[in-house]
Design a protein around this ligand. Sequence first.
Ligand code: GLU
Length: 508
Amino acid sequence: MDREVRVRFAPSPTGALHLGGVRTALFNYLFARRHNGKFILRIEDTDQTRFVPGAEDYIIRSLDWIGLDIDESDLKGGDYGPYKQSNRKHLYAQYAEQLVKSGNAYYAFDTPDELEAMRKKLEAEKASIQCYGPATRMTMKNSLTFGEEQTQLMLQAGKPYVIRFKMPENEKFTIHDIIRGDINADTSVLDDKVLYKSDGMPTYHLANIVDDHLMKISHVIRGEEWLPSLPLHVLLYKAFGWQDTMPEFAHLPLILKPDGKGKLSKRDGDRLGFPVFPLHWEDPKSGEVCKGYEEYGYFPEAFLNMMALLGWNPGNTTQEIFSKEELCKIFSLEHVNKSGSKFDPEKNKWFNKQYMERLDNSVLAKYFIEDAAKDGVTVDAQKAETICGLVKDRCHFTHDLWKESTYFFIAPTSYDEVNKKKFWKEDTPAIMREVVDILEQQPTFAAKTLEENITKWIKDKELGMGKVLNPVRLLLCGACKGPHIFDILENLGKDESISRIEKGIEVI
Ligand code: GLU
């Protein structure tokens, strides 16, 4: 890369950071790290009507939780600040006026009613292009139709105005996108977008271009929804005379619903029971509370890993587990897919499981001890480690560990009806009594010897493993679940195992 890589994540603080935003931030981050560049956070809050209190803080906390360290932002500092657009307000007017002076933009004084009348007229005429643009601008109230003198009078009189981009007529050109290749642009279908409003606020388009230029952004990596704005953005760079330093563009594919039909939305998460935000979010307007990936029990490393593979692939390898550090070394925009990526909530759980299984049992034991304590059960570290080792391959989250193994510490008070129907037969109580006798006779209660002795006994008696061991499991655990039965026996110990079986025979 000849140019210093400087990329920005530029969210608007209009709500919680959704998965699409997380993925955009992540790809920007990985690209910056891969090329020893800078990852910048810029808050795009020019649209005050959509401002949501707490959203900016939420975005910053989310990036922090995922582990995306920022090089430049208002919190972090940097040479190109301020990094929040509302604090850069003073900058934009001069750029909008520069475009007016160079003939690339103009003042427009049309009232909302006049704009509405235009829209209705075009609709009634069934005009082929229904917008404020080359075909209509000369019929409207703007500096092009008023002339210099009247325009100045209107401005001096404080008439509300906007500055519109003067879209060139019928220009065709191609734009290169790193992910999508060459894209054809045709100005005949584009309108004269508003760049600046007389309330002193730029629109997204102007602020975005001016800031990317002033902040020396080298690559714009953002969601596909911005692709339709790309021709305007390229024309703005041209109008400013900034073509030589124009950033390169990469538009990321959509994240699709699990069935692949349409863009993933918050409603899909609610409907299918998976989180769509990284952290807990309470909407200040509606009061709606949403659980985040963090509260669901995801490790940030697992979350990052699965987000990275949502639209990017590592090339010729089947490897799926990547640390952040590895991704920083191998990420490339050339391996980002053009088409949308299906979101798979089950696969997310699988990722979390992979990370959990890689943790030492002593680490898992800490979560286990904490969760047990919440249920009033004290578990010593050694025991917790052993149990975690036994049940972790049946768990996706650390909070499953305790849930999956409470029966090691709390005797069952009821028995699963379905299992009971299936495994508790007329002759079962008699067999269970014999099991008690065999267990009484065991010199040690180690899983290995128990397994040898008991399976031998079952074979000798020609009873069938399932006929004996399923009811034993039911009486020990309350349901036919859990790890190897002999590990359960060993960990419960002789007295407790026997007592549960005896009690079970009575009460089941
Ligand atoms: N503020 C825009 C957004 O929230 C940023 C788009 C861009 O990256 O240019 O999506």
